[in-house]
Ligand binder design. Structure first.
Ligand code: 0O2
Length: 223
């Protein structure tokens, strides 16, 4: 019936997807603003990069079938929370929590779910902080809340997840090799988390020893 609808008239679906695209723009801007402020106030850029994506039609269909949810736009909107995805890449683990907290304090952001796979890594070794939030987008005649999944990762966690993702979607890896790859990847995740911790400690030490004279930088330079 959904597929029928898609063949007859794709417009409502395309419109819904464009709302997700707008929500991504809103969220991206929020992180760019935060990064700008940190860079002026504290002379640091906690955000290394932002990657966003709308779930492809094929993987959306797969997920609808896997979760066995009704194939209507309302149900898709309600049950699939990662149609719009924003990935925020930070250098250090502590920056993740700092940026995530500032983001959640904004009064137009509603937190629906928080999954901390940094404190509680997945059995694969996967680490990231996931926030499922709603952000309003302003249309001609209405204010529409749109659900977005924000994933926060360090550069190291992101590097690991990209490699592991490649393995996950390769269908023809022989079983013995698969076991080896999974074990290796798990070990890499542990080592990489240990490295993140050490780099964080070094950064903390450097920050502690920063000279007192450094005043917060404002918008205006002294004459
Ligand atoms: P893609 O291609 O990144 O979009 P569900 O979303 O229902 O499958 P759950 O538990 O509700 O599962 O969501 P979860 O696990 O909190 O978040 C799912 C997303 O997190 C995935 O999206 C991945 O982006 C990422 N992720 C979670 N676990 C792993 C993992 O072990 N390895 C890697 N590389 N990524 C992971 P998708 O839709 O699966 O894929």
């Amino acid at each position: 019936e959904f597929l029928d609808m898609m063949q007859r008239n794709r417009k409502p679906f395309d419109l819904l997807m464009s709302y997700y695209q707008c929500a991504i723009m809103e969220i991206e801007t929020k992180f760019k603003v935060l990064n700008e402020e940190y860079s002026l106030e504290y002379d640091k850029n906690p955000i290394e990069g932002i990657k966003s994506r709308i779930k492809s039609y094929d993987s959306l269909l797969k997920k609808i079938r896997r979760k066995d949810i009704p194939m209507t736009l309302e149900s898709i909107e309600k049950n699939i929370t990662d149609i719009a995805g924003v990935r925020v890449i930070c250098s250090f683990p502590a920056d993740i929590y700092e940026v995530a907290d500032s983001f959640l304090r904004q009064d137009d952001i509603t937190l629906l779910e928080r999954k901390d796979y940094i404190q509680n890594p997945k059995p694969s070794g996967y680490r990231s902080l996931h926030l499922i939030v709603q952000v309003p987008i302003f249309l001609q005649n209405e204010k529409k809340p749109v659900t977005v999944e924000v994933q926060f990762r360090t550069i190291a966690m992101d590097f690991w997840a990209s490699l592991e993702h490649k393995m996950r979607y390769k269908k023809n890896i022989p079983a013995e090799q698969m076991k080896y790859l999974q074990d290796e990847l798990y070990d890499c995740a542990e080592q990489s988390a240990a490295l993140d911790k050490r780099m964080q400690s070094i950064r903390n030490l450097i920050a502690e020893n920063k000279e007192e004279e450094e005043e917060p930088k404002g918008f205006f330079l002294p004459l």
